[in-house]
Every structure is written in structure tokens, then in C-alpha cells.
Design a protein around this ligand. Structure first.
Ligand SMILES: Cc1cc2nc3c(=O)[nH]c(=O)nc-3n(C[C@H](O)[C@H](O)[C@H](O)COP(=O)(O)OP(=O)(O)OC[C@H]3O[C@@H](n4cnc5c(N)ncnc54)[C@H](O)[C@@H]3O)c2cc1C
Length: 434
């Protein structure tokens, strides 16, 4: 087969760039194509870039715990200098409230014990000593601000929290993606921007390349869908969606940035903080701001959208999130001007990603990242490279899933966990928590 590259990767977000780097390290000649003007102008640019080890499944948690070490050793992992500088990982740790809704974290802590992830219990007094802006009243269940019960404590006190020291956040997800681009380029990878894929080329019953807007054909025997919220559109171009039990679709989400209450430097002394009782998570943001995201409570309507046609303005979603966290942080001001991010998650049916082949030989996908795979991107790239190499060498990954070694935490996961053909994983939180 005539080819211009060994593999074409559709998308140059954090996972697309990581896949290029991992394949290029194996000696593959890769091309990333992205319709936007630079790496990471897509959904990665709006990522909260939180690194935290707790997920609802053992495999999900193991991968996330492992990711901490990739970010901790980021410059060594990349092995290049980026003229723009290196993304910074602030490993401030993560605090999670123990609530009735999360079973006081019993199952999560059992998982942490299984994977050897460290944690520490905090009493309510220890929590408020560390984060004095918070109270420990319970407000559950999460409500809409127009519910008459909104903002009323339910009379119970929260029993404390758990601190996970191996976590934090990356200050600039765009820069992290650019770092990966430079690392991949140093190994021979090529990136092309302002190039929209219009069609996946199929010849002799296998992927053979792409057709760009304007008609240009680029040939490669391997095509990888890493198109983020456009993943379903690309899968349809390849005609592979009928062979998938798990599908993906775009979900609109708003993230708020609000000033920390006067007298407390949340940027310097805050942590990542997850609170199921008020269905929000927060982390420090530059300028002594608090970044506020939603944990998708039952009472909220989910906004499934067309990724090419959605509202980029802030709505009531922004205000609701800020008012919810203001229950926990009573001195938080609610600014009249909304600041933050409006972006899309690429959500799978069970909020667990698909890192897999497809029924079309030569066509692969790293999709369905469900608002929670920024942290895992460097590992996802390596998993995809191993999977592609094994399948192209004849392995039947559907019957005999390939294993992947998590070298820092000394554990092996099966990539069958991320199969497009899995049954819906009922252990999932069915939320951004994964
Ligand atoms: C608001 C928000 C908060 C998040 N917070 C966290 C967090 O705290 N922690 C965490 O771990 N994860 C988080 N995530 C998830 C994480 O950011 C994503 O999982 C990750 O960024 C996805 O990267 P990607 O490379 O798959 O997709 P993207 O960054 O979306 O890249 C896909 C690229 O494909 C390109 N593309 C699409 N269609 C075409 C086409 N036809 N032709 C050419 N190019 C195309 C797009 O232009 C885009 O650049 C968050 C996500 C969002 C939106």
C-alpha cells in the first residue's frame, strides 16, 4: 500500500499529542492533523487538569495513581526543552469529603489499599484547620438554587475528609500539550494544523488514510481517532460505530473562576477538593482564584450538544455551581461577571474511556475521555502505541487483550478494560469522577 506516513492521528489535543509521542518513540512516522490553528485549541484547552488517584474502579484508579508520577517527572518523560517552557505540576494533594452519598469513601479507600495509594484521614477539625474558609454542615442532597431547600443545612455534620497526597493540578494544559508536540517532533513526528478531516479513506476493507477538506488525500495504513468531542463524527466517517457497544457524545460543561474569600490565599494554601455533599469540586487557580466544577448531580439536566454548534456563553449552570460551593465556603463572593470556561466533554456511555481498535482493520480510537482523562494522557498515548503495534503485528486484541505495565506503581492492567465491546461498567460513578 502506498503511504505518506505510518500512522495518521486525527486530533492534536493532549491525548493525540501523547499518542504521537509514544508511536514516534517506537520509530513510527506519524502525522497529527487538526482543524484548529495549533495543538490544544480543542477541549484540552478548557481542562481543569486535575490529577487525582480516586476513581470508582480499581483499574481506573491504578491508571490515575500511576499518572501522578508521569507529571512529577514531566521533563524527564519528555526529554526535550520546549522554547515556551515546561508545564508545571502543582502537587498540592487532593481532599475528598466523606459523605453519605459516597459511602464515606469506604469503597474508594478499599481500592486505594489494593493499589497501594497513600491517604490520610482528616477529622472535621483537621479539615477546617487546613481550609479555614470551609464549614462542615451537610446540605445533601444537591439541589437547584430555585429549590426552596437550597442553602439550608440538613442538620447533620460531615464526618471529615480524606487527604490524598499524590495529586494536584497542571497549571497550563495547553502548554503541556505543546510540550508533548515538541517531544514528538524531536522523534520525527509531524503536526499539521488548519486541516479538517472530511473522510476516512477505506481501501481493501481497511483504513488507508484520510481525505481533507478541499480534497487532499493523505495515505497511511493506520488511522487513529483522537478527535475529542468530535469522536463520534469521526467514527461515523469510518463506519465503525455499529461494532461498538459503548458510544460517545459531546456534553457541554461550564467551569467557574471566582476570587478566594478575603484573608485566605487559596492559590498558595488550597488543595484540589471534591465535595459530593454539594456536588462540586474546586482547585486553586492563578490570581488567588478558586476554580469550581460540577460533579453532575441527579437534579441537573445534562446538555448533550452537537460539537459544531453549541452555546459558548455562560448560563445559569455557572451561577448554580458557584452557589453550591458557597454553601461550603460561606464567605465566597458571587461576582456579577462570570469568568471561567465553557467546553465539551466527550462522554462514553459509562464515563470510562475507549482505548481500542475497531472492526475496521487499521482504524483505532482513543475516545470517550468523559471529562477525566487529561491526567492519564501520557499513559493513554503509550497504551495506544502498544495496542496499535500489537494489532498491526497480528494480535487479536478482542480475544486476547494486551496487558500494560504501570511501572511506577508496579501493577499490570488489561487494555480489555477499555474495550469498545465491553458491557456498560456498572461500577462507574456515571459522572466526571469516572
Ligand atoms: C471543562 C473540562 C474540564 C476537565 N477537567 C479535567 C480534569 O480536571 N482532569 C482530567 O484528568 N481531565 C479533565 N478533563 C478531560 C480532559 O481535558 C480531556 O479528557 C482531554 O483533554 C481530551 O483530550 P483529547 O486530545 O482527546 O481531545 P481534544 O483536546 O478535544 O482534541 C481533539 C482535537 O481533535 C480535533 N478534531 C476534531 N475533529 C476533527 C476533524 N474532523 N479534523 C481535524 N481535527 C479534528 C479538534 O480540533 C481537537 O483539537 C476536562 C475536560 C473539560 C472539557
Amino acid at each position: 500500500m502506498a503511504k505518506d506516513f505510518d500512522a495518521i492521528i486525527i486530533g492534536a489535543g493532549i491525548i493525540g499529542a501523547a499518542t504521537a509521542y509514544a508511536l514516534a518513540r517506537k520509530g513510527w512516522r506519524t502525522l497529527n492533523v487538526d482543524k484548529l490553528p495549533a495543538a490544544d485549541y480543542g477541549s484540552t484547552s478548557g481542562s481543569c487538569a486535575i490529577i487525582r488517584p480516586y476513581y470508582s474502579t480499581v483499574d481506573g484508579s491504578a491508571l490515575a495513581f500511576e499518572s501522578h508520577y508521569y507529571w512529577r517527572d514531566w521533563p524527564a518523560f519528555l526529554g526535550v526543552e520546549d522554547e515556551r517552557g515546561m508545564a508545571r505540576y502543582v502537587d498540592c494533594g487532593c481532599i475528598v469529603m466523606k459523605t453519605e452519598g459516597n459511602g464515606h469513601l469506604a469503597s474508594i479507600l478499599e481500592t486505594m489499599d489494593r493499589i497501594g495509594c497513600p491517604y490520610e484521614h482528616l477529622s472535621p477539625e483537621q479539615l477546617t484547620a487546613r481550609l479555614p474558609i470551609m464549614n462542615t454542615d451537610s446540605f445533601a442532597p444537591a439541589r437547584s438554587p430555585d429549590d426552596p431547600g437550597f442553602g439550608q443545612p440538613n442538620g447533620k455534620q460531615l464526618s471529615g475528609a480524606v487527604l490524598f497526597p499524590t495529586g494536584g493540578y497542571v497549571t497550563d494544559p495547553q502548554l503541556a500539550t505543546h510540550n508533548l508536540q515538541r517531544a514528538a517532533e524531536a522523534k520525527g513526528a509531524v503536526f499539521r494544523f488548519k486541516a479538517a478531516v472530511e473522510r476516512v479513506l477505506i481501501e481493501n476493507d481497511r483504513a488507508a488514510g484520510i481525505v481533507l477538506e478541499g480534497g487532499e488525500v493523505v495515505r497511511a495504513p493506520v488511522v487513529v481517532n483522537v478527535a475529542g468531542p468530535h469522536s463520534d463524527k469521526i467514527n461515523r466517517m469510518a463506519g465503525v460505530e455499529d461494532g461498538m457497544k459503548i458510544k460517545t457524545r459531546a456534553l457541554r460543561h461550564e467551569v467557574a473562576h471566582v476570587p478566594s474569600p478575603a484573608g485566605f490565599d487559596f492559590e498558595a494554601n488550597g488543595t484540589v477538593y471534591s465535595d459530593n455533599d454539594v456536588a462540586t469540586y474546586i482547585r486553586p487557580e492563578i490570581g488567588n482564584h478558586i476554580l469550581v466544577g460540577s460533579e453532575d448531580p441527579e437534579c441537573d439536566t445534562r446538555e448533550w450538544v452537537d460539537p459544531d454548534d453549541f452555546n459558548r456563553e455562560f448560563t445559569d449552570q455557572w451561577t448554580t455551581q458557584v452557589m453550591r460551593i458557597a454553601q461550603r465556603i460561606p464567605d465566597l463572593g458571587v461576582p456579577s461577571r462570570a469568568k471561567g470556561v465553557v467546553e465539551l466533554y466527550d462522554v462514553s456511555d459509562d464515563w470510562i474511556p475507549i482505548y481500542d481498535k475497531s472492526d475496521l482493520p487499521g482504524f483505532y480510537m482513543a475516545v470517550g475521555s468523559s471529562g477525566n482523562q487529561f491526567k492519564n494522557a501520557p499513559i493513554a498515548g503509550e497504551m495506544m502505541a502498544d495496542l496499535i503495534e500489537a494489532c498491526e503485528n497480528g494480535r487479536d486484541h478482542d480475544r486476547d487483550p494486551i496487558p500494560f505495565r504501570l511501572r511506577y506503581i508496579d501493577r499490570t492492567v488489561s487494555l480489555g478494560f477499555y474495550s469498545r465491546r465491553r458491557e456498560i461498567n456498572e461500577s462507574s460513578s456515571f459522572s466526571v469522577l469516572g
